[in-house]
Design a protein around this ligand. Structure first.
Ligand SMILES: [Zn+2]
Length: 454
């Protein structure tokens, strides 16, 4: 290891991370991850450990200040709202500070695993008091956090090289976004808002191996650890971050991605009724009446919809592709790379005529009827004829037959925002023999992989 590089990354980490703490090994980085579910102060939280519990001050994990020789303890509140540890006889053991500055580990000397109700967590647990709620925080070393992230974000069925790329990406993303929830007193939540984190019970031998074999590796651009965004499937071309989030980053620019072409969700179709679209729009305060048309106005060079117009009987509304995706559900409209077609209502090629002998209209294809004018046959279309005439009656077509569509069909490609690594593309690259460095440098332009590991 080049000492200058180590010094640089150490300084870098200090600059980037205002809030983290070190454990016994000064190279370890600890994170605070808020885990689900949310508890109110009237709940009891059960902690279990085979070896009793060690209590530490968060900034001194080398010194146990209290050992509790119990297999099970309970966390609850008293009438003052303080957070208290009780034993099985419901006797108070100690009152905890409500800022999470005391952390609880198991009494096991090598590996601390604590069960909180039904879920097991590595390292330490602490509690933050917020109003009437108690946030359960897993105070966990970065590499252990990745053990819980990689299987949730990619899954053990992927190729080891793809999992190694995912590990480095998740490690880089974590450090670059370390302040995501700092105003709430912790670093990350355990959902895809940050990165999905499944803790100890979701760990897997091969995903842990991928984390271990890439220990200390980060993606950098011009010496800075990057926010390595990723998504499920690009559909064939990734998107510029500037188009997805209006922050254009050189290493998150669009790249051709044939590796995603035949993977799951490379193409998809989603059909929704007009009434369902109307109610989803109305839920967000968008009222356009009966929807007649959805028109794509502008797309990016990577085919994603930038803006579209919804025409209705009471007005029109212009939305971004992302807004429509979030209104209709991001698991329905899987990406903003889509076209839209309307179905139902009558087609422009059809006319309805009433003969005078019958009240029932007959449907005739416009291409088969003509207007006779001074010996010429004029082709009938909607711009020169909008009424059907007969000997004894005149019926406006629109009065009887609505032209409004009944459904809209969205045909699209890819799954997710399309920025950075396509996970299914990475899988295909690995299956074709590319390694994790090839995968990372394909999806992130102009980056280096920095190794500050063992
Ligand atoms: Zn979050």
């Amino acid at each position: 290891m080049n000492k200058n590089i180590l010094l640089t990354i150490t300084i870098l980490i200090f600059i980037i991370i205002p809030k983290y703490s070190y454990g016994a090994d000064s190279e370890l980085i600890y994170l605070d991850v808020k885990v689900s579910p949310n508890y109110s102060k009237s709940d009891y939280i059960t902690l279990s450990s085979d070896e009793g519990f060690n209590l530490y001050n968060e900034d001194d994990l080398q010194r146990v200040f209290l050992y509790i020789p119990e297999d099970i303890i309970y966390i609850g509140s008293d009438y003052n709202g303080d957070i208290i540890i009780f034993d099985e006889k419901n006797d108070e053991i100690i009152t905890l500070p409500d800022d999470g500055s005391v952390v609880i580990g198991s009494g096991h000397s090598n590996e601390s695993i604590i069960k909180v109700d039904k879920n097991k967590y590595r390292d330490y647990i602490k509690f933050l008091s917020i109003g009437n709620y108690i946030n359960v925080i897993n105070h966990i070393e970065l590499e252990h956090y990745l053990y819980g992230v990689v299987p949730k974000e990619m899954g053990p069925s992927f190729h080891l090289e793809a999992l190694k790329a995912q590990s480095i990406i998740a490690r880089s993303y974590a450090l670059a976004n370390i302040n995501s929830h700092i105003s709430e007193g912790y670093n990350f939540c355990d959902t895809t808002h940050c990165q999905a984190y499944g803790a100890y019970d979701n760990e897997n031998l091969i995903t842990n191996q991928a984390v271990d074999e890439t220990y200390g590796q980060y993606i950098t651009y011009n010496g800075n650890i990057i926010s390595a965004n990723y998504h499920s499937n690009s559909g064939g071309i990734t998107e510029d971050s500037g188009n997805a989030w209006s922050l254009s980053l050189p290493y998150l620019s669009s790249v051709e991605d044939v590796f995603s072409n035949n993977a799951p969700n490379s193409s998809w179709s989603f059909t929704l009724s007009v009434s369902d679209i109307q109610s989803k729009l109305a839920a967000s305060g968008i009222e356009v009446g009966q929807i007649n048309n959805i028109e794509i106005l502008e797309t990016t060079e990577a085919n994603r919809v930038l803006s579209l117009k919804i025409d209705g009987s009471k007005g029109e509304s212009t939305l971004t592709g992302s807004q429509l995706r979030s209104l209709l559900g991001s698991m329905n409209l899987k990406s903003t790379w889509f076209t839209v077609n309307k179905e139902g209502g009558y087609q422009n090629s059809k006319a309805y005529v009433i003969s005078g002998k019958s009240l029932f209209p007959m449907e005739i294809d416009l291409s088969n009827i003509y207007i006779k004018d001074s010996g010429k046959d004029i082709i009938v279309n909607r711009s020169n004829v909008n009424r059907a005439r007969s000997m004894d009656r005149t019926v406006p077509l629109e009065a009887t037959y609505s032209s409004a569509p009944t459904t809209f069909v969205f045909n699209g490609r890819g799954y997710g925002h399309g920025v950075g690594m396509s996970q299914y593309g990475a899988s295909e690259m690995a299956n074709q023999g590319y390694n994790y460095e090839d995968i990372i440098t394909h999806y992130y332009q102009g980056v280096d992989i920095l190794n500050v590991g063992r």
